[in-house]
Design a binder for this molecule. Structure first.
Ligand code: AMP
Ligand code: ZN
Length: 142
């Protein structure tokens, strides 16, 4: 896609700092470096977000995650863990609309990266859970 910054990176028209590449994916350092080693894994094929993946593309992209995660982990003995994050849609903090997976190594609880999971269990009942799950189940298609 001509107006896509990650397509331009994949094409070599914009520089990037590569950590892994094969025929189907590219992994490069995120310019923001939320933590040291913060890496983006992208399919070389332009796809906007997870909603647009088919099973083959998902298998291709997600199968690369473990080895890149292990390489990041092995790159620095200070790394204690790693968050994998994939934002889909503006409301979900997606700012580049070429699908990408963040790999964010963690150096401890004070490494300036956090995720907030709200706890709404006080308002959840078995009935509301079942209604929610039924609505999702009804929309699962292969
Ligand atoms: P998201 O908010 O999930 O869409 O993440 C987009 C990410 O792309 C952000 O973390 C940016 O720092 C990163 N980013 C944007 N432009 C570049 C670039 N030219 N090279 C590396 N990372 C980039
Ligand atoms: Zn693109």
């Amino acid at each position: 896609m001509t107006d896509c910054i990650f397509c331009k990176i994949i094409a070599g028209d914009i520089p990037s700092v590569k950590v892994y590449e094969d025929d189907a994916v590219l992994a490069f350092l995120d310019i923001s470096q939320a933590t040291k080693g913060h890496t983006l894994l992208v399919p070389k094929q332009h796809v906007a977000d997870l909603f647009a993946y088919d099973a083959d593309l998902a298998a291709t992209v997600f199968s690369r995650l473990p080895k890149i995660a292990r390489a990041i982990q092995a790159s620095d003995p200070a790394i204690q863990g790693l968050n994998v994050l994939n934002n889909n849609g503006e409301v979900a903090y997606q700012s580049v609309f070429h699908s990408h997976i963040h790999l964010i190594p963690r150096y401890g609880t004070d490494d300036d990266f956090s995720i907030h999971f709200g706890d709404h269990s006080a308002t959840v009942t078995p009935e509301t859970l079942e209604t929610t799950a039924a609505a999702i189940r009804a929309k699962v298609v292969d």
